[in-house]
Design a protein. Structure first.
Lengths: 348, 71
């Protein structure tokens, strides 16, 4: 028979042994944390796959174009006194603006294109020298109706993560000139109206740009935007990226509705409005010292002013910013570029 | 039952740590590219709800265990 002290000792020894065994089984905290970090990394990759990679076709939109007559606009070559000789590289109605600008530019007319419904004047512009050099391509686009300024989705499908090369999207749509769009396919927020078809209007903190069938273009802050009003006015296109660059009278905005990262120097794509029937499609190359450093958001806004725009809107930039003409890439996208979700184009 | 509870109590804080790391990463990505909507999309929203629920259970379990230990 064991005494009370012996029993207590035995119990205590067993307890200690049990604790030691448990301790031996347990991993040190730093190892557990490393495992947690690895699991988190794995889950982020799974998230990225579903959010960023896996293509998903979404339901088609609703046609919103009514039967109202569509306004038509004169093309420059049809006017009795064209104010812009086609052979000069100066921007249409904009030579004064260039001369007013403090930046000295080297301007070359790269391509011109005309058909019955549209005219395109594509110029290459270089500002500055050395590491401050900026190179951009700007297309003055004239259309007889706003319907000639078209958009297209990659692979002809509306959805998430559906991407393609700009040249291939342009080819599929018989586009003579194409500019990368707002990359709507990378998220499920914002407003998407394309070629008079309404796809979505989800809450966004970004500015929104709308091209109406009457040829006018307007940018909206998220608070101003009213989808019912926009649909009623016969919207032809709507993009969500931003920010809006000008105040609607041709002045650079004092503040821009975007993150500090977007405000920094990057390659850029932008669309501008001069008057109904006259639009500016622009791509600024960047991230290549000596060729083009890119521009910050204020510099981009100033370029759009210099190009004669009264409304201008920043589209997706960085590697996305690209332009194609007649089946060939016009600019030099940063890092070789990337596949994109949509284009703005003029059909050939 | 006790074993299962013990395992859950061990796993719970780790899941909270993992989800916290995921959200810190998404938050940083969102600063650089808010247009991608890293924090506001459907997957993130679902993960956020899971994160809230797990944090709540974890907090309640911690309080309960602390009480038991004191008793």
């Amino acid at each position: 028979m064991k005494s009370g002290i012996e029993e207590e000792y035995e119990q205590s020894t067993q307890k200690n042994l049990h604790i030691t065994e448990e301790k031996r089984k347990r991993l040190p905290i730093w190892q557990i944390l490393i495992i947690d970090v690895l699991v988190a990394g794995l889950l982020i990759n799974v998230f990225a796959f579903f959010h960023h990679v896996l293509p998903r076709t979404l339901d088609g939109g609703v046609n919103i174009i009514g039967k109202d007559p569509i306004p038509t606009f004169e093309l420059p070559s049809n006017t009795a006194h064209p104010s812009r000789p086609v052979s000069t590289p100066e921007p249409y109605e904009g030579s004064k603006r260039y001369s007013e600008s403090p930046h000295k530019r080297q301007v070359d007319l790269v391509e011109t294109y005309k058909n019955e419904t549209s005219e395109v004047y594509l110029r290459k512009v270089v500002i500055g020298n050395g590491k401050d050099r900026i190179t951009y391509y700007v297309a003055d686009v004239f259309v007889s109706t706003a319907m000639s300024l078209k958009t297209a989705f990659a692979r002809g499908k509306y959805g998430m993560n559906i991407k393609d090369d700009i040249v291939d999207i342009a080819y599929d749509n018989d586009a003579v000139l194409a500019l990368s769009g707002d990359y709507y396919t990378n998220n499920d927020i914002g407003v998407v109206i394309r070629n008079g078809v309404y796809y979505r209007s989800e809450h966004t903190e970004n500015d929104i740009c709308v091209l109406y069938l009457d040829g006018t273009m307007k940018t909206y802050s998220p608070d101003e935007f009213d989808i019912d009003e926009v649909l009623e006015r016969n919207a032809w296109q709507a993009w969500t990226f931003g920010p809006s660059l000008l105040d609607g009278k041709g002045n650079v905005l004092k503040t821009f509705n975007c993150s500090s990262y977007i405000k920094q120097t990057h390659p850029r794509a932008a669309i501008g409005y001069v008057r109904p029937g006259h639009y500016v499609l622009l791509v600024v190359d960047g991230r290549e010292e000596g060729y083009s450093k890119g521009v910050d958001i204020r510099e981009l806004a100033q370029i759009m002013v210099d190009e004669g725009c009264i409304v201008a809107y920043n589209l997706d930039g960085g590697k996305t910013a690209c332009m194609s003409y007649d089946g060939e890439l016009v600019n030099k996208p940063a890092g070789g570029g990337r596949e994109i979700g949509d284009i703005i184009y003029i059909a050939g | 039952m006790k074993k299962l509870t013990g395992k859950i109590i061990f796993i719970l804080p780790n899941m909270v740590v993992i989800l916290s790391l995921i959200f810190i990463t998404l938050w940083i990505l969102d600063i650089f590219n808010p247009g991608m909507n890293f924090l506001g999309n459907k997957i993130s929203s679902a993960l956020l709800i899971i994160f809230f629920v797990l944090s709540l259970i974890n907090a309640i379990a911690t309080i309960a265990l602390e009480r038991k230990r004191e008793e």
